[in-house]
Design a protein around this ligand. Sequence first.
Ligand code: NAD
Length: 296
Amino acid sequence: MNVSQTGQIIDGKAIAARVRETVAVRTAALVQAGARVSLDAVIVGANQAGRVYADNQARMCAEVGIDYRLHELPAETTQGDLDKIIDTLNADPVVTAIMVHLPLPEGVNTEHVQARIESSKDVEGVNPANIGNVIYGRRSLVPCTALATMTLIESTGIDLAGKRVVCVGASNIVGKPVAVLLMRAEATVVSTNIQTPDVPALCREADVIVTAVGLPGLIRADMVRSGAVVVDVGISRVKDTETGRMRTVGDVDFDAVRPVAGWISPVPGGVGPVTVAMLLRNTLDAAERAAGKSGD
Ligand code: NAD
């Protein structure tokens, strides 16, 4: 038996490009029908990195025909000020999609702000109502990274029903919603966190590993079953030992794991670009629903 194999790359950039193409076509049709497709983003006390991120978001929206409006608030913004802005956006019928850039300044409670966003406009899926609906499989806006993770897994063609999946990391925004989406696909899901004993042994049994921790090198080749699907959500900045330059890596020891895996997503170029594309798709979904065009 030939045990040496090279895992196929799950190309997040190509998948994201296809999602954006579809979004652009559907957006054009909705605008043609007289609706407005827009994203209202709120940023508080933006630093240089935050502005670059918002500029990129504006460019991505423009590329697919989504109207992007950035509401820039000063660093001194209080919880009460931010509540008022969110309430105004919630009440404005022209606004169909809202997102709030993180981090928020000290003294502003992030979860409180997220829960205040009207659930039908919450395109990042951070309002607990949306996350609750994910459990029931009801129509809801699902957190973008979780949607991206599922899209990457599904792109491999694997039938998740009955498969063993280990989620490494169980945050509210990634690990938990991914685990729920996988359960909905009738996979057998093991959700692990920092307290879980012997994560490597659990991983070795898995047909699919999803890792979202932020620890470079966490997933080693000896933790991966031959042929498994490995999706890496982690993002860390490390210093390259050869060039001395900073570079972005995931949780997976990519070069060592690839020969063992059946499919593997790289970092960068895996989950990241698809997450951005999912924000655009959620924005369009919210606009379609507001215009009564979603069919449900
Ligand atoms: P978080 O810090 O909120 O949660 C980390 C989780 O990992 C926790 O559940 C913790 O218990 C668990 N954990 C820590 N060490 C562990 C270990 N040794 N074994 C098993 N579990 C362990 O993180 P987050 O917000 O979910 O982000 C996780 C990573 O994903 C980060 O690197 C972040 O940058 C990245 N991320 C990427 C995207 C994207 O679009 N690609 C989006 C969000 C987050």
